[in-house]
Design a binder for this molecule. Structure first.
Ligand SMILES: Nc1ncnc2c1ncn2[C@@H]1O[C@H](COP(=O)(O)OP(=O)(O)OP(=O)(O)O)[C@@H](O)[C@H]1O
Ligand SMILES: [Mg+2]
Length: 258
């Protein structure tokens, strides 16, 4: 298992880019609230994602998995610390650069898929393309192609609210990937599914990861699925640690440096 250990003062360089690092976080800290109501979720989260890896983040509910993924996708801002994409600190991007990063570099699969129930599956998938100014016809065409990729060609014109939970999740995967991102951040993609559908969903993610040469970071509670990833990270007391599957199954023992 590869290590995530990094020297404390490390900053990304062309060297890390050459070594295949696509995304990196350094000293990420996130505290919610103010004064005595403070909730300190991430204290020092350091992560290196190399191109082509599929990495699982496994941690108990409330440990900060969603918080971490939101920060990596620039959907929220850290209290301190930095996220780098292709060796560039995303915080240094202007509004346009950030919008570009969110829309093109990263595909985000929400924990609760957040589809628009009254729009069709195809319209939901087309939404990120429409947001970036693509013509409706072309966006719809791409959306249909992606729905076919996730096995939902025949549901393209159904309203999202009429689809089953598993189908809605597949629509959400198509929506996350329709813009052609290089990194997929998936927040508990199998969370609401029964065992059989969870496996099918994970196999779909594995196939898309491989075919589209993605780099994927997947937050999950499912240890069996996590064990199929290239690496597993635990999130304990606001810090990411490398974990063997067996250690995870044993209940997140602390104290090991990454
Ligand atoms: N916007 C917010 N304001 C205040 N506290 C928040 C906010 N978002 C999350 N938290 C708190 O941060 C902690 C981590 O939440 P987060 O959603 O990241 O956990 P998680 O690991 O994704 O949990 P789950 O497995 O249940 O999805 C929780 O204690 C949560 O209550
Ligand atoms: Mg979560």
């Amino acid at each position: 298992m590869k290590s995530d250990a990094q020297p404390a003062n490390r900053t990304p360089t062309h060297e890390s880019l050459d070594a295949g690092v696509i995304m990196e976080s350094r000293g990420l800290k996130k505290t919610y609230g103010r004064g005595s109501q403070n909730v300190s979720v991430l204290t020092d989260a350091n992560l290196i994602l190399r191109k082509g890896e599929m990495v699982a983040v496994v941690a108990p509910s409330g440990a900060g998995k969603s918080t971490l993924l939101h920060l990596l996708a620039a959907l929220d801002t850290p209290t301190s610390g930095t996220v780098y994409f292709d060796s560039k600190a995303i915080e240094t991007s202007d509004d346009e650069g950030l919008a570009e990063f969110r829309n093109r570099a990263v595909g985000f699969l929400w924990q609760r898929h957040q589809l628009l129930p009254d729009f069709t599956a195809a319209e939901n998938v087309a939404m990120p393309l429409l947001v970036r100014g693509e013509k409706f016809t072309s966006a719809l065409e791409k959306a249909r192609k992606w729905l076919a990729e996730v096995g939902l060609e025949d549901r393209a014109d159904h309203r999202a609210g009429e689809l089953s939970g598993g189908e809605q999740q597949r629509v959400a995967i198509a929506r996350a990937l329709v813009t052609g991102p290089s990194v997929l951040l998936a927040d508990e993609p199998t969370g609401d599914l029964d065992e059989q559908n969870a496996w099918a969903m994970f196999e779909l993610l594995e196939r898309l990861h491989r075919v589209h040469q993605l780099t994927s970071l997947i937050a999950t509670h499912n240890l069996a699925l996590a064990a199929r990833c290239d690496r597993i990270l635990g999130l304990e007391h606001g810090v990411l640690r490398s974990r063997e599957a067996a250690a995870i199954a044993g209940g997140f023992p602390g104290g090991e440096a990454s």
